[in-house]
Design a protein around this ligand. Structure first.
Ligand code: ATP
Length: 301
C-alpha cells in the first residue's frame, strides 16, 4: 500500500529575517524518516521543545521544505494548496484554537456567535456526520462562544474541524481542555474514522491516559532523533523521556564543571512570530528583539 504520509530525511531550521536559516544554526529536525499508511494512527511524543509541533506544521504545509522530504497523499503539502483546501489534509492545533475557518471566512472563536450558527453555517456537510459529532462532543447548540468555557469552546472547534471527512488528520494537543468523557468519545470516533474511512492520524500529545489501545505507531522525537515503537507502552515512553532529561542534566553539569554556560549558545536570528504564518497560510512576520519564541504550546495555550 502506498504511504499516505511520508517523511524522508527531513531536516529543518527555522528561518531568520532573510528567510534563510541563520549561519551556524543547528537543524532543529535532522534526518527524520517515517511513513504511515491509510488506517494508521500515530502518537507523536517527546519533551517540550522537541519539535513535535514543527513536524506537524511541516506536514500541514505551514512551513516550506524541499518537496522530496515530505509527501502527504503523494503531494507536497506546502506547494500543493489544493491538498488543504480540499479538506483531505486537516490540521487542528496551535493558532486554530483561536480562529476557525467558517463558511469560507476566518472566524474568531471568541466572538458573540452561537454554537449552532457556527456548526450549521458550514455548507456541504453530511448532516448525519454533524449530528454524530455534536453528540460525541456533547455540544449544546445554544452556547454563545464569547461566554463559553475553554473546554466548551474547544469542543465546538473540534466539531468544526471534523465536520468534513479527511484523509490525513494532524492533531496538536487539541484535547487538553476536554473532560475525560469527551476525550474518550473523541478518541473512539477517530479510531473508527481510521478503520472505516482509511484515514491516517498523527496526534501529538503529552497525555497518555486512555491511549493504551489507540495508536498503531509511536514516533518519539528527541534532539532531532527518532525512535519508533509499537504498540504504546506508557512506561517505555516515560523511560525515554527520563533518559533524555538525565542526559540533558549530565551535559549541563559537565559544561558547568568546565566553566561553560549551562546551555549551548543560542543562535540569533531564528525567530519567526506566529510560527511563520498569519491565520491560514504562510505570511511571515519577523519578530524584533522584544519578541521571543517558546515551543508553540507554551505560547499558545
Ligand atoms: N517560530 C519559531 N521560530 C523559531 N524557533 C521556533 C519557532 N517555533 C518553535 N521554535 C523552536 O523550535 C523548537 C521546537 O518547538 P516545537 O513547538 O516544535 O516543540 P514541541 O515538541 O511541539 O514542544 P511542546 O511539547 O512544548 O509543544 C523549540 O526549541 C522552539 O523554541
Amino acid at each position: 500500500m502506498a504511504p499516505t504520509v511520508e517523511i524522508r530525511n527531513l531536516t529543518f531550521t527555522y528561518p531568520g529575517i532573510d528567510g534563510k536559516p541563520p549561519p551556524g544554526a543547528p537543524p532543529l529536525i535532522e534526518d527524520v524518516c517515517f511513513s504511515l499508511e491509510a488506517g494508521q494512527r500515530c502518537l507523536l511524543v517527546g519533551s517540550n521543545g522537541a519539535g513535535k509541533t514543527t513536524i506537524l506544521k511541516i506536514l500541514g504545509g505551514k512551513h516550506m521544505v524541499d518537496p522530496s522530504m515530505v509527501r502527504v497523499l503523494g503531494r507536497s503539502a506546502f506547494h500543493d494548496t489544493a491538498l488543504t483546501s480540499s479538506g483531505d489534509l486537516c490540521y487542528l492545533g496551535g493558532e486554530w484554537r483561536r480562529d476557525v475557518a467558517f463558511a469560507g471566512y476566518q472566524v474568531n472563536i471568541q466572538m458573540d456567535i452561537s454554537a449552532e450558527k457556527m456548526l450549521f453555517g458550514v455548507t456541504g456537510v453530511d448532516p448525519q456526520r454533524r449530528d454524530e459529532l455534536i453528540k460525541i462532543l456533547d455540544v449544546d447548540l445554544t452556547w454563545r462562544m464569547h461566554k463559553a468555557s475553554d473546554g466548551q469552546r474547544r469542543r465546538v472547534q473540534i466539531c468544526m474541524g471534523l465536520l468534513k471527512p479527511f484523509k490525513v488528520l494532524l492533531l496538536d494537543e487539541i484535547t487538553v481542555d476536554l473532560d475525560v468523557l469527551a476525550r474518550a468519545n473523541l478518541l473512539t470516533y477517530l479510531k473508527k474514522e481510521c478503520a472505516e474511512q482509511g484515514a491516517t492520524i498523527i496526534y501529538a500529545t503529552h497525555i497518555f491516559d486512555g491511549l493504551d489501545d489507540w495508536p498503531t505507531h509511536i514516533v518519539y522525537v528527541a534532539h532531532g532523533k527518532l525512535q519508533l515503537a509499537l504498540p504504546l507502552e506508557k512506561r517505555t515512553v516515560e523511560r525515554w523521556l527520563r533518559k533524555e532529561r538525565d542526559e540533558d542534566r549530565r551535559k549541563r553539569k559537565e559544561r558547568k564543571e568546565k566553566g561553560l554556560p549551562a546551555f549551548d549558545k543560542v543562535i540569533e536570528g531564528s525567530r519567526v512570530v506566529n510560527n511563520g504564518w498569519a491565520a491560514g497560510r504562510l505570511t511571515s512576520t519577523i519578530a524584533g528583539e522584544e519578541n521571543f519564541s517558546f515551543s508553540s504550546n507554551s505560547v499558545l495555550r
